[in-house]
Design a protein around this ligand. Structure first.
Ligand code: ADP
Ligand code: MG
Length: 651
């Protein structure tokens, strides 16, 4: 069934908006019963054709113009009881009833069109013979669903039922303990129209409810006539009252009043009938007149409800017991579903057209569904009591609020003091930390200075030793033709004058090995680097270009005995030593934060290369010693200036 009244497809949500919320139209489902065996036997034709799931086409037998009616759903004779139950969306109504709404399902149509069949299935085939499950009507299926739903709810729910009929304009209780007697229909502001002293029976199981249904059906008036062998002669209303425990605990306003909560009402109307067509006489005719009168009143109310000008004016619900009891469902706060039933037979066409027009109009009637809060709250004495209670509660809450305020203000003062204390403690800790870091920094600086001094001393020693080594080599240089004991002579023809000069004196500006004048001094960057390492004092205050490299042996300006040749390996070793000095020095930049405890010897930090340097120095001493020893065992080399061809091996 197409859901209407809610743009987002959830009617329940919009329904809960209360009387000021959107209006909800009555839902109408059309059911076309199949042609009966009698109708087929008489050769009657079907004049109704379903077009799609929502449109019914009526084709008059004389070839007149076709008429189409559109409803929420249209179900033809081939559809099962289950199909009808699903298409009607009764479960949605059940859900609403569980949430406190007042919901009504009513069947409407010509007598013999299948109203009772749709609601309760075929008439019982015998005393105590239940309806086969496949033929069970909307009511039985709803009962089963509701009981199951309540069981799964978990919350305690009380279920009650009442069952009445309106026969010849009299209300009779179908569940009364004695023989049914007429009951008055009253009205009050809280409940609207209601049946006084109606028996409302509590039930806890599906079986119990089915028993109540059977009891009512068996007591309901029905008669046989031409169109229906089991024609209902009364309008029957079975109402289920669904109340949650909280609402149930409220004391009733009046004794015998049904508990506050949702309602789900099934109305099986007696069918309108043409007395001439049904052949009713006597009592049957009286019943038929009474039925028709009440249905006429119902139609009149629906017409007035549809008229926008007259909707707010008086609706004559009091004209019949039926309209009184359906007042809330039609124009009030209820949610209503109409199942219009029609016969497809051409014989019934005038009644069918009347029903279709009736149903078309009904689906334009709207209600303003509202879940009743509680009727108890409207009682003046209760209102007064409630007001006093609320005032008392208000005072209590105000008092608690004041207390909380004062506590809150005291709390904030404590918090500020706590924050201040924390802040001071943090500041003190930061100051101590700063002091400690400053001390550590000065220790590191002094250890770095110590390491630098040590480096400088060691570098001087290295220079001195280097100088001794070179001069020793030079003195022990073998003569031509002799086996070259000097490593320089064994060197594999390097571009010897690429070697740096030993010092700034003119004699040193020739290649030590081949005596070629050195036109270009190519190690300025290295020299600059060394001056950075050793400081300006290392260069003796001279400009870098005039300063000898640290590995150059000291050379007195007037001395004629400058080293001319030296061993290539010694040179290499000297260079390695010098590079070690330069590479292992401490770069004078900001040191990283100490990662070791301050107790660690600071000497190791700035002068990590010192022990290494000392070892190398020792190695150098050994080498010098061995060189000297070797020199003593060899004849002194000529001190004359030799040509490069004399020194270097032939290429
Ligand atoms: P109403 O209550 O409208 O007077 P009923 O429900 O008593 O009509 O139905 C009249 C007859 O038609 C019954 O015998 C019933 O079993 C039969 N009938 C009604 N609707 C159907 C249906 N959909 N399928 C089969 N039989 C149906
Ligand atoms: Mg009936």
């Amino acid at each position: 069934m197409e859901e209407r009244g809610s743009p987002d497809g959830d009617p329940a949500r919009s329904l809960e908006q209360g009387p000021e919320g959107p209006e909800t139209p009555i839902q109408v489902v059309l059911r076309v019963r199949p042609m009966s065996a009698t109708e087929l036997r008489r050769g009657q034709q079907s004049v109704l054709h379903c077009s799609g799931t929502r449109t019914l086409q009526v084709s008059p037998p004389g070839g007149g113009p076709e008429v189409a009616f559109r409803f929420g759903a249209v179900l033809d004779g081939a559809r099962t009881q289950e199909d009808v139950f699903r298409a009607c969306g009764v479960r949605r109504l059940g859900e609403l009833a569980l949430r406190g709404f007042s919901c009504t399902v009513f069947t409407f149509g010509q007598t013999g069109s299948g109203k009772t069949y749709t609601l309760t299935g075929p008439p019982p085939q015998g005393e105590g013979v239940p309806v086969p499950p496949s033929l069970a009507g909307i009511m039985q299926r709803t009962f089963a669903w509701l009981l199951d739903r309540v069981q799964r709810l978990g919350a305690p729910v009380t279920l009650r039922a009442s069952y009445l009929e309106i026969y010849n304009e009299q209300v009779r209780d179908l569940l009364s303990l004695g023989s049914p007697r007429p009951l008055p229909v009253r009205w009050n502001k809280t409940r609207g129209f209601y049946v006084e002293q109606l028996r409302v029976v509590e039930f806890g199981s599906l079986e119990a409810l089915m028993e109540l249904l059977q009891m009512g059906l068996s007591r309901r008036r029905s008669s046989a006539h031409t169109l229906n062998q089991a024609s209902s002669r009364s309008h029957a209303l079975l109402t289920l009252y669904i109340s949650h425990q909280a609402a149930q605990q409220m004391p009733p306003v009046e004794p015998g009043e049904p508990p506050v909560g949702g309602k789900l009402c099934f109305v099986d109307l007696a069918g309108s009938e043409k007395v001439a067509a049904t052949g009713s006489r006597g009592e049957l005719m009286l019943e038929a007149n009474s039925i028709n009168r009440s249905l006429l009143a119902l139609g009149h109310c629906i017409s007035l409800l549809l008229d926008p000008q007259r909707k707010q004016s008086h609706i004559p619900f009091r004209d019949s017991k039926l309209t009184k009891l359906l007042a809330d469902s039609l124009g009030g706060r209820g949610v209503t579903l109409m199942v219009a039933c029609v016969s497809p037979s051409a014989q019934c066409l005038p009644e069918t057209l009347s029903t279709l027009r009736y149903a078309s109009r009904a689906q334009r009637v709207t209600t303003r569904p509202q879940a009743p809060k509680t009727s108890v709250a409207k009682h003046p004495q209760r209102l007064e009591m409630e007001m006093l209670q609320l005032q008392e509660e208000n005072r209590c809450l105000q008092f608690q609020l004041d207390q909380l305020d004062s506590k809150a203000s005291g709390l904030s003062g404590t918090r500020v003091a706590w924050a201040q204390r924390n802040l001071y403690r943090m500041l003190r800790e930061f100051m101590l930390e700063n002091e400690r870091l400053r001390k550590e920094k000065s220790q590191l600086q002094s250890s770095r200075d110590l390491a630098r001094n040590e480096q400088r001393v060691l570098a001087q020693q290295v220079h001195e030793l280097e100088r001794c080594l070179l001069s020793a080599c030079y003195r022990r240089q073998p003569g031509p033709g002799l086996a070259p004991s000097c490593p320089c002579l064994m060197a594999p023809a390097p571009p010897c004058h690429a070697l740096p000069p030993l010092c700034s004196c003119p004699c040193c500006h020739v290649c030590l090995l081949c005596q070629v004048p050195l036109a270009h001094w190519a190690c300025l960057p290295r020299e600059r680097h060394l001056s950075q390492v050793l400081g300006p004092e290392a260069s003796g205050g001279r400009p870098p270009s005039a300063r000898p490299p640290p590995w150059a042996p000291p050379c007195s300006p007037g001395s004629a005995k400058c080293p001319r040749e030296r061993s290539h390996s010694d040179w290499t070793q000297s260079r390695v030593l010098a590079e070690m000095v330069t590479e292992e020095e401490v770069v004078p930049s900001a040191p990283p934060l100490p990662v070791r405890p301050p107790s660690t010897s600071p000497g190791l930090r700035g002068g990590a290369g010192v022990p290494n340097l000392a070892q190398r120095l020792e190695a150098l001493r050994d080498q010098i010693g061995s060189s000297l020893r070797r020199g003593r065992s060899q004849p002194p080399c000529s001190e004359g200036v030799r040509s490069p061809s004399q020194v270097l091996p032939p290429r």
